[in-house]
Structure formats: C-alpha cells, structure tokens
Design a protein around this ligand. Structure first.
Ligand SMILES: NC(=O)c1ccc[n+]([C@@H]2O[C@H](COP(=O)([O-])OP(=O)(O)OC[C@H]3O[C@@H](n4cnc5c(N)ncnc54)[C@H](O)[C@@H]3O)[C@@H](O)[C@H]2O)c1
Length: 352
C-alpha cells in the first residue's frame, strides 16, 4: 500500500503502457479479473449508483463513482462513436482513488488503456461463469480499439485461441488480425457478421454506433451460444435484436444502470435478469444447460473501474511507473492556507 502523502501518484499513459509491459498483458488481465471477482464478492458493501451521464448528439460524458468504505473511486469516461472517423478515440478515460478516512486522493491515473483492460477482464469473468465449457472459438464483431483486449482476456482466462473477426470496415479487421496474429492467435477474417458467428461458441459484439443497431439477429444465434454484448451501453445505442434477448438468459452488472443503458433497454422494465455478482458468489446459477443461450449485457460499472484502480495502486511502487503530482495544498498549519499562499509570493522568501 502507498502511504498517504500530500503528493499524489500520477500514472500517465506512458506509465500505464510500461506497467502493462512490465507485468505482461495476459497476466495483468488475469490479475484485474481476480480483483473484479474479489470486489464482486463484496458487492453488498459498496456504494452503488447508476453512472451520471451527460448526453449530446455526438456522444456521452460520464462520471462513475463508488466506494467500499475504505477507498473511494471515480472514473471520467466518454463515448463518442464519431470520434474514430476524425482520428480520435471513441472512448477515453481517467480516474482517481482516494482515502475515505481523510478524503485525500491517493492515485490519479489514465484510464483509456485501463478501461480497455478492465472491460475485457470483466467480459472474460462473465464468460468463465456463463460460456459453454468446451468453448474454443470466439467471434469478435467490431474490430476497433477494444477488440484485441477482449481477445487477450479470453485467451488468458478461458484459453480461447480461435477468433473469427468481422467489422463493417475491412481496415479495422485487418488491423485487429495483424495485431493478434503476431501473438499466436488463429484468425479467420470474415466478410459478414453471419459468417463470423459460424461455429463460434462465444460471440462478442463490440461495435460503436450511436443508434439502435442490429448486429445480431435471431437467425444468427444458435442453441448453447454465449453472447458478450459490449457495445450497447447508452440510451438509444444497442446491438442485439430484441428477439435474441427474449430467447436468452440475461446477466448484468448493476440492473438500475443496465436497464437504462444496456441492450435490455429494449425490454420491459421488469424483464427478469440475473446479477453477475450473485453468480460469482454462488447465490445464483450461471449456465445450467448446454442448449441455453447466455447473454452478458455489459455496460461497464463503477466497481470494475475501482477494482482496476485498486490493482494499479498496489503495483505502481514496485514497477516505478508513476510520478508524484503536487495536487493537494497541505500547509504545515492546516488552518494557515492563506499563509502558505503568501509565502509563495514572488520575493516573499527574501523579505522574510
Ligand atoms: N461495456 C463496457 O464496459 C464498454 C467499455 C468500453 C467501451 N464500450 C463500448 O464498446 C464499443 C467499442 O468501443 P471501441 O473503443 O472499440 O470503439 P471503436 O470506434 O474503436 O471501434 C468500433 C468498431 O465498430 C465497427 N462497427 C460499427 N458498426 C458496426 C457494425 N454494424 N458491424 C460491425 N462493426 C461495426 C467500427 O467500424 C469500428 O471499427 C463502443 O460502443 C463503446 O462505447 C463498452
């Protein structure tokens, strides 16, 4: 654990990349998955609220807070599908952890990479409990920024090596295939989403489009498949046809948020869903039958970011991947904030 100081460790993008390389991406994904599972087992003690979203025509900016009573964390994250065509990221993020006892921040971190890692780790945790046991092949529909991270998490946690890739933009599939083939994955490039799902026991949809898109229609989903639906995560932004949802056993993170943002926004507000934390603790069942269609309606919940930040917080000292930020004004006499300011005036030291 890092000692509380008036300087706050800051993990830049460069530091985060160095941390991933120092630990190894698959090990880090497995570790973050472990932290998420640990925190999901403590689900009931966390402060929980649907994230606070500010919507615009182009996208959304969200704040995601939570606390376990000892640490408090939040993430700032955006989702702007049109950004990609302008050469910008669809999703960027940063986040903070603080000490509940004092309210002092203890970590400020980039979270664009960390979001991709935690989203993939979360997906793989869900699939570990829900996917058919013999799963060997995954389709990935949507081959953008998140896609390779999903592939690595599913290999690290479920041993999936065969990938069937599809994106409306063949250049995205080419990029994804190139990035993954170098790391020993067996890749099939597909010309349609229908072709991608052929023979896949797991289907990941991770597209970005600010509309009710239909990436998976009813005829594309056979018995026994696990769907990892990642890209439908905003009001008016979905990926899975309603008929598929109606045939599926649906698992979610935090129902009050998922009912607003997830693919299940297309269903009645009381449509039965199971909370993933209950499956992880054994309080509810995951997959019960080989022919069951399971669907993880992923939207991303604050506790996953908290888990990922907690992990980074515990690793950066050893890895040396941070700088101290002069973020907190902390005068020796706590009541003399003004005196601290005056002592910093030009020439004040000489006058004293
Ligand atoms: N659930 C979560 O926790 C979570 C976390 C992070 C991101 N996301 C969501 O995941 C999605 C992907 O994020 P990203 O950063 O990879 O975005 P990105 O813009 O980098 O990539 C999205 C890809 O989807 C492709 N695409 C769009 N419509 C398609 C369609 N109909 N069929 C096939 N491909 C299509 C695009 O061409 C693009 O290559 C976004 O919607 C984002 O909001 C969810």
């Amino acid at each position: 654990m890092i000692q509380q100081l008036n300087v706050v460790p800051f993990v830049s993008v460069d530091h985060m990349m160095k941390l991933v390389h120092a630990i190894g991406i698959e090990r880090m994904l497995s570790d973050i998955a472990g932290y998420i599972e640990d925190d999901f087992r403590r689900w009931e003690i966390f402060d929980k609220t649907p994230r606070i979203a500010s919507h615009s025509l182009e996208g959304v900016i969200e704040l995601m807070p939570t606390s376990d009573g000892r640490l408090y964390g939040f993430k700032y994250v955006n989702g702007h599908p049109k950004n990609m065509k302008a050469g910008l990221q669809t999703v960027t993020a940063f986040g903070l952890l603080s000490d509940v006892a004092t309210g002092y921040p203890v970590l400020l971190s980039e979270m664009t990479f960390l979001t991709a890692l935690r989203t993939a780790a979360m997906s793989a945790v869900a699939a570990k409990h829900l996917a058919p046991k013999n799963a060997a092949t995954m389709a990935i529909i949507g081959n953008g920024a998140q896609s390779e991270f999903q592939a690595f998490a599913f290999r690290a946690i479920l041993g999936i090596e065969n990938l069937r890739l599809y994106d409306v933009d063949p250049a995205a599939t080419e990029k994804c295939a190139r990035n993954l083939a170098r790391h020993g994955f067996k890749i099939t490039r597909c010309a349609t989403a229908m072709e991608a799902v052929e023979g896949a026991e797991i289907v990941t949809t991770v597209t970005a489009d600010k509309q009710y898109a239909t990436i998976l229609t009813d005829n594309m989903v056979g018995a026994g498949v696990h769907i990892n639906a990642v890209g439908g995560d905003c009001p008016g932004k979905t990926e899975i046809h309603r008929d598929v949802l109606l045939r599926s056993s649906i698992f979610v993170e935090y129902p009050p948020q998922t009912r607003i943002e997830g693919d299940i926004q297309q269903l009645a507000p009381d449509h039965p869903v199971e909370e993933l934390w209950k499956v992880i603790t054994g309080a509810a069942q995951g997959r019960t039958d080989a022919r069951q269609i399971t669907l993880f309606d992923s939207v991303g919940f604050a506790i996953e970011d908290f888990s990922a930040l907690r992990y980074v917080y515990e690793r950066i000292r050893e890895a040396g991947t941070y700088v101290d930020l002069d973020l907190i004004a902390d005068p020796d006499d706590p009541r003399d904030l003004f005196g601290m300011l005056m002592r910093a005036a030009p020439g004040a030291a000489a006058a004293a």
